[in-house]
Unconditional design. Structure first.
Length: 131
């Protein structure tokens, strides 16, 4: 079974709002909401992958990110390990650079069912105010 290593950024502003992007129609878990990020390339650290992916997807330059743990989930066809980062410092204004819909959502208003299952534990921690 394929095993993907993915760097994920929970971009949170001073008002405790989280930046979300919608998964494209061509992707796995189509049209669900997600925290921006992407696959870690060979020879790349998780933080390097995070910075590269967030620049590519949202146009921001990460200046402060804190590792907050891992989320591991096995789907029918793939195992995914998410390397989670809380991103609270950046230059620029995040936007859907790849044409994907995006939005800011109050941290307490996140709805787990709108996200792929690999994110559900993280959503529970965020809405409970643990992060």
């Amino acid at each position: 079974m394929k095993h993907l290593q993915v760097a994920v950024g929970i971009i949170r502003n001073a008002d405790k709002q989280i930046f979300l992007a919608q998964r494209p129609a061509s992707s796995h878990m189509t049209n669900m909401w997600e925290f921006p990020g992407g696959k870690i390339e060979p020879g790349e650290s998780t933080e390097e992958a995070l910075k590269r992916e967030l620049l590519e997807e949202t146009g921001i330059e990460v200046t402060h990110a804190t590792a907050i743990g891992l989320a591991d989930h096995t789907y029918a066809d793939v195992r995914v390990t998410l390397h989670l980062f809380l991103v609270e410092g950046w230059r620029g204004e995040p936007w859907g650079r790849e044409g994907q819909p995006q939005r800011w959502v109050a941290q307490q208003a996140l709805v787990a069912e709108e996200f792929p299952p690999a994110n559900h534990e993280l959503i529970a921690r965020l809405t409970a105010g643990e992060l």
